[in-house]
Design a protein. Structure first.
Length: 179
């Protein structure tokens, strides 16, 4: 809309300037050259001005179209440059992310390996502790067995002595009865 108004103002100015120049030329022609027999009529002058105005408007429209096309091309170049720059930034960020991911994976692998080693060490300690406990239990069991064997051996020996004493007593009683 502004463009149309500016064009109209421009055209009006051209009309005014052209009109003033035409009048000046016409007046100068009348003064300097009285031999001119035919003067242009007002309709012919207006028609001539309209033709010139149409040519100028057409030239301005062509110039405007060229400027618009030039701006569009520049904008397209800027958009493509911005897209390339963004692609570069995205690629750089992806590479940085890949590096960070590798570092994190390596750190995780190290942590896992360290935990596995710690767990293996704990397992060995637990196995050694279990072996020691089993050995202690077996030793205690052996001691208890020995104590029980000794206890029962003593009881058996006591019973055997008691049996021998009763047997002697019975033999003595049998001898007494015989006597």
């Amino acid at each position: 809309m502004k463009r149309i108004l500016l064009t109209l103002v421009f055209l009006f100015s051209l009309f005014s300037i052209a009109g003033a120049q035409e009048e000046k030329k016409a007046t100068e022609k009348k003064i300097t050259d009285k031999k001119v027999s035919v003067e242009l009529t007002l309709d012919q002058a207006i028609e001539q001005l309209e033709k010139e105005l149409d040519k100028k408007i057409e030239a301005l429209e062509i110039e405007e179209d060229q400027e618009i096309e030039k701006l569009e091309q520049e904008n397209e170049k800027k958009v493509k440059a911005a897209e390339r720059e963004n692609d570069k930034k995205i690629k750089a960020m992806e590479q940085e992310n890949d590096k960070l991911l590798k570092v994190v994976e390596q750190e995780n692998d190290r942590r896992i390996e360290k935990k596995e080693q710690e767990n293996e060490s704990r397992i060995k300690k637990l196995e050694q502790e279990n072996d020691r406990i089993i050995d202690d239990i077996e030793e205690a069991s052996e001691l208890q067995k020995k104590e029980l064997k000794s206890k029962y051996k003593n009881k058996i020996e006591a019973l055997e002595k008691e049996f021998e004493m009763k047997e002697k007593e019975l033999k003595q009683q049998a001898k007494r009865k015989e006597n």
